[in-house]
Design a protein around this ligand. Structure first.
Ligand code: ADP
Length: 547
């Protein structure tokens, strides 16, 4: 849909006049070329995942005009990023870097401060600088997507040799996803843990390289194979932060394991969750379960078909359990409640060994069923999980957004140990609060290694302000209540960043204060992504920006 509302254009960030803002943009055009500076003076268009906007969050839970860019600029090199940052310091204009802006559910392309100038790095800085088949590494720029790297491996005949680990949706940037600490589903699913060395433009314009790339000469040789270099390991402060703009990143790739096999188990009752977690934990920590595996609730299995809720239920309020089970009868989940999607890697004899252990353990849950993949239709969600867990990017996951008309989604994603009582507590907390707000509950547990995230995606109609208000209320309550019980988010949407940062307040907010000290030292004018992850420079603090 097109937002037709009248608004003053361009959107000018607070603290600068309209004339000065336009003058500043003219100056920047002189540095980057007119075609690389776009004033955001058109009606907002949402597009869709593959043709997403870079001016705002196409799935916003607030009014679309809240988190919106004043202009978008397209640097073509690290040197041009430096120019932009120096320009922002001269004019005191907030800038917000994105790699590709497909961070759906967490803010998309939107800046946190209205009127910020979005630095769209991906459009022109999209080169794969190196692929090294001997070391299984690569070096990429911000505009390289999971699909892009996958395609390039294909072109070079390397796809049988090594795999790209991809998140649920493959259209995003490798750098964007990694710096936001996103995850994928092969044994290389922890993207941050798999990266090696960064090139970063600091908010005052200096360029640094971390890890081995910092060597005076020859750094390229070991950039991708050893992440730490010498001295303090500074990469961490450039993830989920606003301390620098990442312009290059080394990434490790997974050797083809010599075979792979997806498996699916279903379990009959909601109450099986606790005992199942007790079974999953030791298997996952010892990597018999080898990848970030997913345990999904039946409601989500129905939504993953891509059919709208109205197809199943025309009443008001949440969809009743009996209707869900009726609908599920037509899917591989059948009359069960939980579906576990996993993948086993290696040569057939290695897989057989591991799969036998998994089968014996899972069968300790009464009624457990192993679904034979050959009975699963080609278009089923199972095959999307199969592609993703074997390094093939996919976008099937988008389908459940159709659950609501004009569907959009936003996530609640608390971290917990892989323990029965924790899983049950979080499940009940989510279920209760969803019921309170009249929202369908679609939980999925993603089991990392020693921890799991409960991912609850709320699907809402982006054109329905009342529904958005309920979705946000539900999220805010879940964040607060989970925090009281000792659970914190691993990542969050722009709108919740202050709240989530506020839950990490041990010792009188010591970590937040430390981040503010770093922010003020590295970015004295507070120009870089103010407010991202709840970190505000001193120019913004105490002025009511937090929400
Ligand atoms: P993707 O397109 O991969 O889903 P985005 O480009 O939307 O990811 O990035 C997600 C978030 O991470 C952005 O909103 C931004 O705050 C941050 N980010 C992305 N790329 C960079 C970068 N190169 N340097 C610093 N921060 C970045």
């Amino acid at each position: 849909p097109v937002n037709q509302r009248n608004r003053e254009v361009p959107v000018v960030p607070q603290g600068i006049s309209r004339d000065d803002f336009l003058k500043a943009l003219e100056e920047l055009k002189g540095e980057l070329g007119g075609e690389n500076v776009e004033v955001n003076d058109q009606p907002l268009r949402d597009g869709w995942y593959m043709e997403h906007p870079n001016t705002h969050d196409m799935m916003t839970i607030l009014d679309e005009e809240e988190f919106v860019a004043g202009a978008v600029v397209f640097p073509g090199s690290t040197e041009e990023v430096v120019k932009i940052v120096k320009w922002a310091n001269r004019w005191l204009i907030p800038v917000f870097p994105i790699s590709m802006g497909r961070n759906l559910g967490y803010g998309g392309a939107a800046p946190r401060v209205r009127g910020s100038v979005t630095i769209d790095l991906g459009k022109r800085m999209n080169k794969i600088l190196d692929i090294n088949p001997q070391d299984y590494t690569c070096l990429v720029e911000p505009g390289v997507s999971f699909y892009g790297l996958y395609d390039e491996l294909g072109k070079r005949g390397l796809r049988d040799h090594m795999w790209v680990d991809t998140p649920d949706l493959g259209g995003g940037s490798i750098i964007g996803n990694t710096v936001d600490r996103g995850v994928g589903y092969t044994p290389y699913g922890d993207h941050w843990a798999c990266h090696s060395g960064l090139e970063v433009v600091l908010p005052t314009g200096e360029v640094i390289r971390t890890g081995m790339g910092a060597l005076t000469q020859g750094g390229e040789n070991t950039w991708g194979v050893f992440p730490y270099g010498f001295g303090p390991y500074s990469d961490g402060i450039f993830s989920q932060s606003n301390f620098g703009i990442v312009t290059k990143m080394g990434m490790t790739l997974m050797p083809n394991p010599g075979g792979h096999e997806s498996f699916m188990y279903t379990f009959p009752n909601e109450e099986d969750l606790g005992p199942l977690m007790e079974i999953i934990r030791p298997l996952r920590i010892s990597t018999i379960l080898e990848n970030v595996a997913q345990l999904r609730h039946v409601t989500q299995a129905i939504a993953a078909s891509g059919l709208p809720k109205s197809k199943f239920y025309s009443g008001t309020g949440t969809i009743p359990a009996d209707i869900i089970h009726q609908a599920a009868a037509q899917t591989p989940v059948g009359d069960h409640t939980w579906a576990y999607y996993g993948m086993c890697y290696g040569h057939p004899h290695i897989r057989a060994y591991k799969l036998a252990i998994i089968d014996a353990e899972f069968n300790k849950i009464p009624g457990c069923r192993k679904i034979n993949p050959s009975t699963i239709p080609e278009d089923e969600y199972f095959w999307s999980r199969d592609r993703i867990a074997s390094g093939t990017p996919d976008i099937h996951e988008l389908r459940w957004v159709n659950w609501a008309p004009n569907g959009a989604h936003i996530a609640f994603s608390p971290v917990s140990p892989i323990r029965g009582p924790d899983a049950t507590k979080l499940f009940q907390l989510g279920k209760r609060i969803h019921e309170q707000y009249g929202i369908d509950f679609m939980p999925a547990f993603c089991v990392g290694l020693r921890e799991m995230h409960l991912i609850v995606e709320i699907v809402f109609d982006r054109d329905d302000p009342e529904e958005k208000k309920r979705a946000l209320g539900c999220l805010r309550d879940m964040v607060d209540e989970a925090a009281k019980k000792g659970y914190g988010e691993y990542r969050t949407h722009l709108v919740l960043m202050d709240q989530v940062a506020g839950t990490y307040a041990w010792n009188d907010g010591a970590l937040g204060k430390f981040n503010e000290r770093l922010k003020d030292a590295l970015d004295p004018n507070g120009i870089l992504a103010p407010g991202r992850c709840g970190i505000w420079g001193k120019r913004y603090r105490g002025r009511g920006w937090e929400m």
